[in-house]
Design a protein around this ligand. Structure first.
Ligand SMILES: Nc1ncnc2c1ncn2[C@@H]1O[C@H](COP(=O)(O)OP(=O)(O)OP(=O)(O)O)[C@@H](O)[C@H]1O
Length: 262
């Protein structure tokens, strides 16, 4: 479904854009239908830049993003809009995705305006109910409410419902549970697992190895913009080959162990 072929991103930085920063260097991997691929790395390793390139929110400096056999990396206009019907993203901070002066479900109605202008009110209502049902939200509890009246978990689910309105094939989930409390995290992770069962491909971006492990079929370990290790998650976690992966795994806190000051 999605294949990244040696994609690179070079940002112009410094005064007047006089310097270049290579944030992502020749990264290649694939995400298939019903597959969860974790993209794991420390802060600044280039994870979000890759997610933003996949979502076509950042331009691709070099390489190709192939989706269902077509290079989408330079799509614009109607072709980009068609791609975005299939590929959507949800990000870390659910609160920043909402305008506090509008009701939260405005994010859903905006999808109708831009993608389904011809759909009748009753057809839209059915579609809305289906997508809220898929993320296990009760319409009565969330529709007509302002963002501050909803929890972080509800807002994050609403954003996933928004993506589902479009019959997406791939979801880019960029640190979507980092800001949620522990019990809501498991809820959202379980929801992603259900969506995976229905055939949705998920690119799960995280700096947290334990979260990366929970859901994913394959893991891509990123360091300073380059892939250092890639493979089935169980193998990468049980038998890490690269020193950087070993270091990341060693730094995961162990619940049964106390912090050793020595
Ligand atoms: N718009 C931008 N302009 C210039 N440099 C950028 C831009 N966005 C990101 N960078 C730089 O690119 C590198 C990779 O950043 P990116 O946000 O992709 O990393 P990340 O792994 O997602 O980090 P985090 O987990 O902290 O979000 C960093 O050095 C960052 O400073």
């Amino acid at each position: 479904m999605l294949t990244l072929e040696a994609i690179s991103k070079v940002y112009k930085v410094g005064a007047f854009g006089g310097r270049e920063l290579t944030a992502v260097q020749e990264v290649s991997f694939a995400v298939g239908p019903g597959e969860v691929v974790s993209l794991i790395g420390e802060s600044g390793s280039g994870k979000s830049t890759i997610g933003r390139m996949v979502l076509r929110l950042a331009s691709v400096t070099k390489g190709r993003i192939v989706f269902d056999g077509t290079d989408v990396s330079r799509h614009t206009g109607a072709r980009l809009k068609a791609y975005r019907k299939k590929v959507q993203g949800v990000f870390q901070d659910p609160f920043s995705s909402y305008n506090p002066i509008f009701k939260a479900d405005r994010v859903l109605h905006m999808i109708r305006d831009s993608f389904f202008p011809g759909v009748s009110a009753s057809q839209w209502r059915t579609k809305l109910e289906e997508s809220l049902d898929a993320v296990r939200l009760d319409p009565g509890q969330v529709l007509g409410k302002y963002p501050h009246q909803l929890s972080g978990g509800q807002l994050q689910r609403l954003l996933i419902a928004r993506a589902l309105l479009l019959d997406i094939e791939l979801l880019v989930a960029d640190e979507i549970i980092s800001m949620l409390d522990a019990s809501t995290r498991i809820d959202v992770l379980n929801l992603l697992a259900e969506l995976k069962e229905r055939g949705l491909g998920i690119l799960f971006i995280t700096h947290d190895l334990s979260l990366g492990h929970y859901l994913s079929d394959r893991s891509v370990i990123l360091r300073r913009g380059e892939v250092v290790e890639i493979g089935p998650t169980t193998e990468v976690f049980a038998n890490p080959k690269h020193d950087y992966t070993k270091m990341l795994l060693a730094s995961v806190p162990q619940l049964h162990r106390k912090w050793d000051m020595a």
